[in-house]
Design a protein around this ligand. Sequence first.
Ligand code: TRP
Length: 352
Amino acid sequence: MKEQIILTGDRPTGRLHVGHYVGSLARRVELQDSGDYDKVYIMIADAQALTDNAEHPEKVRQNIMQVALDYLACGLDPEKSTIFVQSAVPELTELTFYYMDLVTVARAERNPTVKAEIKQRGFGASIPMGFFCYPISQAADITAFRATTVPAGEDQMPMLEQCREIVHKFNSIYGETLTEPHILLPANEACRRLPGIDGKAKMSKSLGNCIYLSEEPEDIKTKVMSMFTDPQHLRVEDPGRVEGNPVFLYLEAFCKPEHFTEFLPDYHGLEELEDHYRRGGLGDVKVKRFLERVLQAELAPIRARRKAWEQRPGDVYEILKQGSIQARETAAATLRDVRAAMQIDYFERGSF
Ligand code: TRP
């Protein structure tokens, strides 16, 4: 059977939050530990982060460490996964340049995630070219490692689609060279789109609606207690809406049967709690208190591991450095194949 290889990553523009955790990080750790994969590559996408942060190099640089700490805190293990920094693998930029020849401007403009981001950032007519092209560079990231599997959130679906198109086009012009990847989405719907605590579509630092993985217990409490719920659910006895209610979406993403046994033994499980809320007679405060305990239980070990790694910045640095050296070797081998397929390996073959 073909080797099973994972590649995924994050832009280092801030600390990672619980949306990242349920949407991707927790799954990565499971996949890493499953033994089903021959290689796991986790990339800190600093070059991609610079595509819309060219004026803020210090922000990107400082967050490399923060993201690495969040990774290690969640249980990514450098013995099992290669954690590396994108800009330390310059082969990726060269691949990107060749792949750009295979994508039309019209196709790049159609990417719905990029469209949404352009709008969100208010770029108007001044979209940086690098930002516009980042899905192409993402295809380079994925194919350089011959990744078969990309665990990521729903927002990455258009990137994977574009990557597969590039692979097809490349292979059909230059011969079978690149590996076609597929996306691995989070298992449950709530994990796919965890909203911010204000109920807004997505958790994002600029909206100030995140709960971070490194959040202190008191802040977790304050944030959960301030969460948006069903605005029609004014009195305890009123019937409430569960659908689209952030508190319930978080419970769907985080709570496990043992949380009920431990913190809310009057209910057998989430369904029973939801039914009660729908009927009326269940107050938001009670549900929020439960969610708070669930989050505290889930985040405590992550925070503790993070604190332990924070004491060892030299070791984290070495992990990223060694990971980047290893990643570079793999990407260089793919680039050699690409150059040969494209017939630009003149000085390797010794003639034109
Ligand atoms: N776009 C991803 C993000 O926004 C980061 C990323 C860069 C990535 N290259 C990738 C994810 C390749 C998966 C595969 O965080």
